[in-house]
Design a protein around this ligand. Structure first.
Ligand code: NAD
Length: 293
């Protein structure tokens, strides 16, 4: 059994109380951290107060930084992150746990460094279930000593891994989601073909999960969200498509040819246009079935 994480007795700010943010705040509070939490949506603030009574919900992003050693962000994208960071003059350390654009993250870090402040990127993987359980994979980019200071805090939410300088976490996260999007698309097409041929999807998945075709999609998304027809993974397709475009842009900046990625992104773009940005990303399987019929 692994040892329990050290308990940080610090105060942090937290901005972005959505599907991921609220359960992450809950894990921090459970670990003994004082959390000053904010979201632009009054409904999200109220929901966080109800779900995590131990958190202190405040009225502005700026107020989260009061007395805080760091302010953590779990926001939709780089546009929102930049707008919120502009209000966080009082924060010495900002930790962007959103899935943001790595090159913009680097530029923002350089801007903060002009006033002696530090930006660390620490995006997460593991979904709402991982956020609730405190088992998120956390991909951390930033200076060694600051990342070391943050480790107890991050450990309250999951398994932090320092992957390189600032921006490295966001690059890895985008590439992870490119793989995840490709797996979900590939498995969805394969299950449809199998069904048409007369195979039972549940039997297909059982066998594939003991075979070389398995992935997070076949082991988790299909049995828990697609086969039951609930489509409730809690990750919006608009956010997934944002992430895979970040990965494709990153590929373009490196010059590596990525024909498969381009084809994957094109199908996800079509699904987004048909389903709208708020649909759960697992609904791509339902959309493919409708397209096929
Ligand atoms: P979400 O839409 O549920 O939550 C985002 C929150 O940010 C919302 O409550 C929104 O009101 C708030 N917000 C937007 N603009 C704001 C502003 N200017 N000031 C303050 N708050 C503002 O999204 P989510 O699913 O929690 O995802 C958050 C981030 O984590 C995204 O970058 C996403 O790509 C990433 N992510 C999500 C999942 C998942 O499974 N949902 C998994 C891994 C990573």
């Amino acid at each position: 059994m692994s040892p329990p994480p050290s308990t940080p007795s610090s105060t942090v700010g937290f901005v972005g109380l959505g599907h991921m943010g609220t359960p992450m705040v809950s894990r921090l509070v459970d670990a003994g951290v004082t959390v000053r939490a904010y979201d632009a949506s009054p409904e999200a603030r109220a929901a966080c107060s109800g779900a995590v009574p131990g958190a202190t919900v405040v009225d502005s992003a700026a107020d989260t930084a009061t007395g805080a050693e760091a302010v953590l962000l779990c926001l939709p994208d780089s546009d929102v992150v930049e707008a919120v960071v502009a209000e966080l003059d009082a924060a010495r350390v900002v930790v962007d746990m959103s899935s943001s654009e790595p090159l913009r993250t680097r530029a923002l870090a350089a801007q903060l460094a002009e006033t002696g402040r530090v930006l660390v990127d620490a995006p997460v993987s593991g979904g709402v279930a991982g956020a609730r359980a405190g088992t998120l994979a956390i991909m951390v980019g930033g200076p060694e000593e600051v990342v070391g200071e943050l480790e107890p805090l991050l450990t309250a939410m999951g398994r932090p891994r320092h992957v390189g300088p600032v921006g490295a976490g966001h690059a890895l996260k985008a590439l992870n989601n490119l793989m995840s999007a490709a797996h979900l698309l590939a498995s969805s097409e394969a299950v449809l073909v199998g069904e048409e041929f007369g195979l039972d999807p549940a039997v297909m998945l059982e066998v594939v999960n003991g075979s070389s075709g398995r992935s997070g999609s076949t082991e988790n998304k299909w049995p828990n969200h697609i086969l039951p027809g609930t489509y409730g993974a809690g990750f919006a397709i608009g956010l997934m498509v944002k992430d895979i475009h970040i990965a494709l842009d990153l590929a373009g900046s490196t010059g590596v040819p990525t024909r498969h990625a381009a084809a994957t992104v094109a199908v996800w773009d079509a699904a987004l246009a048909a389903l709208g940005p708020g649909a759960d990303h697992t609904e791509i399987a339902r959309w493919l079935r409708e397209e096929a019929s």
